[in-house]
Design a protein around this ligand. Structure first.
Ligand SMILES: Cc1ncc(COP(=O)(O)O)c(C=O)c1O
Length: 358
């Protein structure tokens, strides 16, 4: 069977492949810690599960409006006002099957074939593939450890061409843990305004933030930039709800309406009873989020301690999310060789710890 050009261009998700390998090794009884997929290891908080189960018991098992149930859209609108100083009417919020789906729908509604989309690297693996899926051209903008893995306004301008339509921003970032400061975002917003660029602002890790770092939503700077931003967020990471598949995009009125239409002809609504759980996540107690954050902070400190003791590895301390981007170039190994070596050493608990030059 002939495969479409669109599908032919796609690469499979390496993250999911590595995760599958780790899971298979665990099934064999090997002592493996899987670092590949960005998946919290906590259970979903009880009050969220109870809300979903209660709605199932009550028979809330039918189609909902394609863009989500009104009370959830209203709860998201309240949250965006309170936490992010963003004024989105519920009609401008489309609840999607995960933040990934929100990004995809947002790209589908805003990118034409041939449009270029700037993606700062290192990036979340799905961005370039999603851009290709909608017919756009991903343009990778390299960043360095020295800049904290953040792009500067000069780079934004340098990589722009007459075909550029959008910049994808992800702060706090996967896989770098980089968090843009208010000033850095304001400077990028100025360039976007001057050059009439859209910004897709993926804020899925906003609640996972450390020390004195602060999350700022780029759409909150002014009415003008608000009109050029698609804000993405979701429930997977802050509430440990990865399997529930719930996220959202908040956007200017005209584009939100189109995203709603796109969704109505593709997935229709996200799962009905999962939406009830998401409503409880936003309207219920938030100490579950701060408890998880405390645990991530402890783990972050421990990983820093371990890495600081290995001189052949370097890293930029992550200020958000739950990733470490480790520079292994001094080991002389490729990343897959490095990972294989670590995994190989885990085969027996009795063997000594992996010994890296250090
Ligand atoms: C930067 C980023 N955006 C979006 C997502 C997707 O989240 P969801 O599970 O809500 O689709 C992920 C998941 O790893 C991510 O790292």
């Amino acid at each position: 069977m002939e495969i479409s050009e669109r599908a032919e261009k796609l690469s499979p998700s390496l993250t999911l492949a590595i995760d599958a390998k780790a899971k298979a090794m665990k099934t064999e009884g090997l002592d493996v810690i899987a670092f590949a997929a960005g998946e919290p290891d906590f259970d979903t908080p009880e009050h969220i599960k109870a809300a979903a189960m209660g709605s199932l018991d009550a028979g809330f098992t039918k189609y909902t409006p394609a863009a989500g149930i009104p009370e959830l859209r209203a709860a998201i609108s309240d949250k965006l006002k309170a936490d992010n100083q963003l004024d989105y009417d519920p009609s401008q919020i489309i609840v999607t099957c995960g933040a990934k789906h929100a990004c995809y729908n947002a790209l589908l509604a805003s990118i034409n074939p041939g449009d270029e989309v700037l993606i700062p690297a290192p990036y979340w693996t799905s961005y370039p593939e999603m851009v290709k899926l909608v017919g756009g051209e991903p343009v990778i903008v390299p960043t360095t450890a020295e800049s904290g893995y953040k792009i500067t306004p000069d780079q934004f301008l340098e990589y722009m061409s007459p075909l550029t339509k959008m910049l994808i921003l992800n702060s706090p970032g996967n896989p770098t843990g980089a968090v843009y400061t208010e000033n850095e975002l304001a400077a990028l917003a100025d360039v976007a305004l001057d050059e009439d660029m859209l910004i897709l602002s993926d804020e899925i890790y906003e609640k996972l933030i450390y020390d004195d770092a602060k999350h700022v939503s780029i759409a909150s700077f002014s009415k003008d930039i608000y009109e050029q931003v698609l804000t993405i967020n979701g429930f997977s990471k802050p509430y440990s709800m990865t399997g529930w598949r719930l996220g959202y995009v908040a956007a200017p009125k005209n584009i939100a309406a189109k995203i709603e239409s796109l969704q109505s002809h593709s997935t229709s609504n996200p799962t009905s009873f999962a939406q009830k759980g998401a409503w409880a996540a936003y309207k219920g107690p938030q100490d579950c989020v701060s408890d998880m954050l405390k645990e991530y902070s402890k783990r972050r400190a421990r990983v820093c301690e371990i890495l600081d003791g290995i001189s052949s590895l370097s890293y930029v301390k992550p200020m958000g999310a739950f990733y470490f981007l480790v520079d292994i170039s001094a080991t002389g190994m490729t990343s897959s060789k490095f990972a294989q070596r670590l995994a190989g050493r885990r085969k027996s608990r009795r063997r000594s710890r992996p010994r890296l030059r250090g």
